[in-house]
Design a protein around this ligand. Structure first.
Ligand SMILES: Cc1cc2nc3c(=O)[nH]c(=O)nc-3n(C[C@H](O)[C@H](O)[C@H](O)COP(=O)(O)O)c2cc1C
Length: 375
């Protein structure tokens, strides 16, 4: 394989694909070459939440602007036990925006989904939990409350990580969600996602805050081991995840700096958490969930060759198209799936110029051909 090929060969977008295919068909067609499962296993229904998480402890984290339907499908086909929606505004659901509703309704082949809500008013949480449970029925796996988002636009309104300063208000929100679910005849768990604290340098609030959420009726607590003031920078403190796991009886889901399957397996082993949420570590790596499971079961880490990566990229782009997502999302995907390839920057440039699904697929196809020639 010669270097020049990677950056410069141009091909006409002559890739034919069925633009009418639905996501179930696309996944079935692409799964084998992309190294993922053609079917998604529903979230375990047996036993307590801790037991259900133990059946497969690797979860796709909520990520605003990222964890859309296509992303969740790839993650679950790649072995995630469950995938979260991005954070969804209870006020948005209250005012009935169909756009907001699109964020919470799972798309087949997704059998079920974890819905993450954010807001500050218990009444709106009650109403949102009731409405989501009524609309999703059996497809709702759990309701999670965002108490972690550090963005000022959110915290200014007393939402997201601002709730860490208001354990009473946060407890009211948990109870309101439980009430709303019960009104809809649903008994799915209510969980919360928190950070180590609001401000670096202050006392760590997470352990006693988690206890308050447990008392209010939360079934699990996810802990991102950074403070809100760290945003997404600096190191996540896994010690904080361990201290919360010590402090509560309910299962703890660890988050932060899980860059791939090795860290996912290590977090599970080192912190005493019941499950691990993988966020940025999933970029271009839908296999990380199954690979993490292989590691905890004593197997060897898998490598994913170029052909598999390109096939997974193509599959992901087709799923984006089939779920009517903005095609611009394919650009980030290209950056992630092509990371580490020779001439990755040139490839990203080419991806930036793609305007249609065909052009993205043709790009993947031409790289595949060059890889074959060079093999
Ligand atoms: C782009 C992006 C969007 C995110 N959106 C959300 C969100 O909507 N809700 C939430 O609870 N956390 C959100 N997070 C936080 C992640 O779920 C996770 O807790 C955090 O990134 C730490 O994990 P990491 O260091 O392994 O990426 C987001 C993170 C990123 C990078």
């Amino acid at each position: 394989m010669t270097g020049g090929h990677w950056g410069h060969r141009e091909r006409k977008p002559d890739v034919s694909y069925d633009s009418q295919a639905d996501p179930v068909t696309i996944l079935a067609e692409c799964a084998e070459s992309a190294g993922v499962s053609p079917h998604i296993t529903p979230f375990s229904q047996t036993g307590t939440l801790r037991e259900r998480l133990a059946a497969n402890p690797f979860l796709m984290a909520p990520m605003a602007g990222v964890s859309d339907a296509a992303y969740r499908m790839m993650a679950r086909a790649g072995g995630a036990a469950l995938a979260y929606t991005e954070m969804v505004s209870v006020a948005g659901l209250h005012y009935g925006s169909e756009k907001t509703w699109e964020l919470v309704v799972p798309t087949p082949p997704e059998p079920d989904i974890a819905v993450q809500l954010f807001g500050s008013k218990p009444d709106q949480f009650r109403e949102a939990a009731r409405a989501v449970a009524s609309r999703l029925g059996e497809r709702l796996a759990l309701v999670d409350v965002n108490m972690a988002c550090p963005v000022p636009k959110v915290t200014r309104k007393g939402e997201g990580s601002a709730l860490l300063d208001d354990p009473q208000g946060a407890a009211d929100i948990v109870r309101a969600c439980l009430d709303g679910l019960s009104d809809a005849g649903s008994d799915v768990p209510v969980t919360v996602k928190i950070r180590a604290g609001r401000r670096t340098g202050e006392d760590e609030v997470a352990p006693r805050f988690a206890q308050a959420m447990e008392e209010a009726g939360a079934s699990a607590v996810a802990v991102h081991g950074r403070t809100a003031s760290q945003l997404y920078r600096g190191e996540a403190d896994w010690g904080c995840v361990a201290r919360v796991a010590e402090a509560v009886e309910i299962p703890v889901i660890g988050s932060g700096d899980v860059r791939g399957p090795e860290e996912a397996a290590r977090m599970l082993q080192e912190t005493g958490c019941a499950a691990v949420m993988i966020a940025r570590g999933t970029y271009g790596n839908p296999w990380c969930f199954a690979d993490a499971r292989t590691l905890v079961e004593g197997g060897e880490a898998k490598t994913h060759d170029l052909a598999e990566r390109l096939a997974a990229f193509a599959c992901h782009v087709r799923l984006l198209d089939a779920t009517h997502a903005h095609l611009a999302r394919s650009r980030s995907l290209a950056g992630w799936y092509f990371r580490g390839l020779p001439h990755a920057a040139a490839l990203r440039d080419r991806a930036m110029r793609c305007q249609t699904v065909e052009e993205y697929l043709a790009l993947a196809d031409s790289l595949m051909e060059i890889a074959r020639e060079g093999a």
